[in-house]
Design a protein. Sequence first.
Length: 203
Amino acid sequence: MARKKIAPPPKYFPDTFYAYYDIETKQLLSVTNQKITLYKDFLEIDFATYEKLVTGKEKFSDYLLGLVDEGDNTSLQLVALKETAPRFKNTMLDIIKEQPVTTPELLVEWHESNKVWNFFLSIDGQNRFKHKTDHEKLLFFVILETDYNFLVRTIVVDKQELCTNTCVGVAFEQALELDISKINIATTLVFRSKQLRIANDNN
């Protein structure tokens, strides 16, 4: 009589998935289906997000950690940039201000006449970012001066391009960008120092 084969136990699929992040920069570092000790700070994510990230369908740079308004309270969540970004409370972002900074690592120029944002990275900044594999895309957010939760547009600058060129220019897309008094520009917490410069043909 043939012996019955013992069926292997059913494959275990965990119910909980984790996104680990840097507490200072709020950058996504890893996603796992079990807790690990390599990183300290994490939050739970759904399977759909986990699957897209581990299969390469989406990149870590496609997401941003931020405080999301949920009516009566806010919570730290991992949110895809392609989703409705105005839900963000910008406590996880730095406004790039106009006050002078001695040799800023990042200089952002709003050029009125050319209708363009110009991004400059210092030599020290270029050398530092060349070796950072977790920041392939650098994110900038144009927001309203009167409402930091209102996103005018997101600007994505390629790190490699910024590290190899003196300047990277990105043309205005929205009418609001034409009036710097009505907007601010912010970025994630990855730069050591930063400054906004307002320019036109007269300066």
